[in-house]
Design a protein around this ligand. Structure first.
Ligand code: CAA
Length: 259
């Protein structure tokens, strides 16, 4: 089925796929169908052997202005519980390939949370990150209180979540929320550049390394180190590790096949 609210380009660049949120009139507000489309596209691209890295972008004006307020406004708590619209986000989190958010303009509420669900964030100078839900009489519900706190620390996360005030791309970079900030005309190209440099690496090693970094947020140090060590040993089962080390010894560029 052709998605209605996103555009998917499996080979936007060699080995790099692009998912573009495409609900411009609503500033890419994340309704349930849009999120289901994103999850389905990510699953397909995750299984596509031609794809090594995925870029998730919005438009220049808005990455996403949050969950769809109009869709949620009249719902009861029991509606919310039964629809459980944020459970689809767990599928996004299961993407094994590196996922880069290319953010310009508004990244608010669920938009900020979606960017933080990605592994890396490239921001344009106009990007604004915020969790304004408190102004609507509610709070972040798609990971904001957890991921923002881990990314920028308790004091800053408290201030953003309790006042609803946004931070600029520069502030987000200073606080470690985003990887880099570029002029607005370049944010997508910069995301592709970053994706390209990751796509040159062994996909097997990238997957295991991503899994290990994410484990750092879910466990204590001893268990995390054990997990990392097992994944490190696991890379030695790949042809890519043999190729990478042979190429170093032979003073040539490695050719990683993802096996
Ligand atoms: N849901 C539904 N529609 C939205 C939306 C949202 N989150 N954000 C913007 N829109 C719609 C507007 O209603 C408007 O539609 P109409 O033209 O039909 O009125 C259209 O997009 C353009 O928006 P504005 O006219 O408001 O544009 P602006 O430039 O004046 O303001 C903005 C932009 C500051 C982002 C403003 O739209 C805004 O404050 N949006 C809401 C941001 C927000 O509160 N997000 C959190 C949502 S709750 C959430 O995300 C929960 C969670 O944890 C997942």
């Amino acid at each position: 089925m052709t998605p209605e609210f996103i555009l998917v380009t499996p080979q936007a660049r060699p080995q790099v796929a692009l998912i573009q949120l495409n609900r411009p009139k609503e500033l890419n507000a994340l309704n349930l169908q849009l999120m289901q489309e994103v999850a389905a596209a990510l699953k397909a691209l995750d299984q596509n052997p031609e794809v090594r890295v995925i870029v998730l972008a919005g438009s220049e004006r808005a990455f996403a202005a949050g969950a769809d307020i109009k869709q949620m406004a009249g719902r009861t708590a029991i509606d919310m519980l039964l629809i459980d619209q944020f459970s689809i986000w767990d599928q996004i989190r299961r993407t094994t390939k590196p996922l880069i958010a290319a953010v310009s303009g508004f990244a608010l509420g669920g938009g900020c949370e979606l960017a933080m669900t990605c592994d890396l964030i490239v921001a344009s100078e106009t990007a604004q990150f915020g969790q304004p839900e408190i102004r609507l009489g509610t709070m972040p519900g798609a990971g904001g209180t957890q991921r923002l706190t881990r990314a920028i620390g308790k004091a800053r996360a408290m201030e953003m979540v309790l006042t609803g005030q946004s931070i600029s791309a520069r502030e987000a970079a200073q606080h470690g929320l985003v990887n880099r900030v570029v002029p607005v005309g370049q944010f997508l190209e910069e995301a592709f550049r970053l994706a390209h440099s990751i796509a040159q690496m062994s996909p097997v090693a990238a997957r295991l390394a991503k899994e290990s970094i994410n484990r750092a947020f879910e466990t204590h140090l001893d268990e995390g180190l054990h997990f990392e060590r097992k994944n490190f040993y696991m890379t030695f089962a790949s042809e890519d590790q043999k190729e990478g080390m042979a190429a170093f010894v032979e003073k040539r560029k490695p050719d990683f096949k993802g096996k």
